[in-house]
Design a protein around this ligand. Sequence first.
Ligand SMILES: Nc1ncnc2c1ncn2[C@@H]1O[C@H](COP(=O)(O)OP(=O)(O)OP(=O)(O)O)[C@@H](O)[C@H]1O
Ligand SMILES: [Mg+2]
Length: 258
Amino acid sequence: MTEAPADVAAATAAAPTAPSTNPAESYFAVRNIDAFYGDSYVVQNISFDINEGEILAMLGRNGAGKTSTLRAIARATEPELRSGEVWLQGQPLHDAKSHEAAMAGIQLVQEDRCIIQGLTVEENLDLATINGAPGWEYERIYSLFPRLKERRKQEGTTLSGGEQQMLAIGRALARDLKLLLLDEPYEGLAPVVRHDIEKALIEVRNAGITTIIVEQNAIAALKLADKAIILDTGEVAFQGTADEVLANEALRHEYLAI
Ligand SMILES: Nc1ncnc2c1ncn2[C@@H]1O[C@H](COP(=O)(O)OP(=O)(O)OP(=O)(O)O)[C@@H](O)[C@H]1O
Ligand SMILES: [Mg+2]
């Protein structure tokens, strides 16, 4: 490995990678989480906090561990969380199963959007609300995404990519949502559609919902976000404000290639 340039090293050193606050008192906190696919150690000692209503951009190169970290937080079976802590509003979730994390309010919108085949838009929403406390009323979701209302009787898998992303976010909102995890929400979308999703995410934030966004389009994610965390080979390389990353060209160059 080559040495990081001095200004990158300084920015990294200046940013605390281990928050010192009590995780049980944070809105959402992870502490020293380690997750594995078999012997493969892919999430390495990651710690961070998010305040209520904040957006955190989680960035890094391909294979840096972003999806794996989201999955570990959502308490998916894979990768396996072997140590560390996950706390949401004082509730420990490190020993929870994925359905328990979802019941607690953590909703993961996966990269492939997971629209259920054979079900209409509205039936996809119905399925999301089958168990657990309900979230937003459908009318509120439809006012956020009017195109979903127009297409509510249409089979979900026949929607355009952008509309499927809207439905995937709508499904998370239909549940009791305390932490929204978005994996590459803009992937494959034309800029005009991306802007519609961005506007909706701002409204979601204005409604007080807390979000972690993973995006290859780092600039778009940073413009939306309050905070940023950069992962590199499974570890935290930087954490700070989104503005700090936008202002630090050397840091962006080193870890985001932008
Ligand atoms: N199911 C799996 N089994 C084994 N290893 C995996 C699995 N999924 C991912 N990995 C490995 O874990 C590491 C982190 O992958 P991850 O998908 O979390 O990265 P990422 O930052 O989301 O990358 P990308 O930007 O390409 O989506 C990579 O080395 C990847 O090869
Ligand atoms: Mg990924």
